[in-house]
Design a protein around this ligand. Sequence first.
Ligand code: DAH
Length: 326
Amino acid sequence: MAALEAADNLDSLEDARVRFLGRKADLAALLRSIAELPPEEKKVVGRFGNLIKKELEALHAQRHSALEESELVHGLEKERIDITLPGRGLPLGHLHLITQTQREIEDIFGGLGYEVVEGPEVETDFYNFTALNTPEDHPARSLHDTFFVTKDVLLRTHTSPVQVRTMEKQRPPVYVIVPGKSYRRDSDATHTPMFHQVEGLVVDHGITLADLKGTLEQFAKAMFGEVRRIRLRPHFFPFTEPSVEVDVSCMICDGAGCRLCKRSGWLEILGAGMVDPNVFEFVGYDPEEYTGFAFGMGIERIAMLKHGIVDLRLFYENDLRFVRQF
Ligand code: DAH
């Protein structure tokens, strides 16, 4: 009993049990020997032997459950964790402002029923210029602006060639926008050699300049706010006739004139116009049956106007102090 009491963990308790209650213990040997004892001793030894065994077993069972309990408590105490400590956060990135702006533009035109299409960034001279009614000697073709790969292959200078590729593939009605990268040999605060554009093209029966104006007004309001107005200024592009440049009323001064809009009250956001019949001829659309409008905008410019960013190069330096603001 002293050995069972003294055991202070389950291992030493088990040692004591084996020693005093095991099959090789003195007690077990004594109980086994009862059979050989004379009848009058048998009774006494049997009674006391079994009494001792029962008491030892009872004490063992009690010690066992007490030690088990204390070891459990001890273990739980040791393995305790503080679940109220705050977790370690995983830093998460997010979409670049250019991508966000592109998706915003796609969403706005998607809501008007336009489809998003894409085309190659390495383009032929034919799609980039010729089929867009840009003759051989047009200044837009000059070596100065265009990255040529070979004499006839170049990095597209705008997303407009996808207009031609789209019309070659399908018959009207056409309602598409074309987001993508464009390239020009230009580098300053408002130009980078690679930049992003979204082209738009609509061809259907009876499309007029009024449709163009209404559509772009919807766009300007969705992008820059319900109170914005737009105005169309006459311009020239080889692939549209008539051509216009589209301005939005300044979001800083609302048209009164300030530094951002150079006191004019207006900010230029894109070029547009009615598709030139010559372009339709290149893709086999009958200009007597169909009319259409097209437009092209710079995604960087839209993002700069919307967020008051003054230097285009910030988009591509990947300084997290800039990137994280959007
Ligand atoms: N491609 C022109 C540019 O890069 C933008 C443009 C103007 C696209 C008028 C058009 C358009 O589709 O109709 O400057």
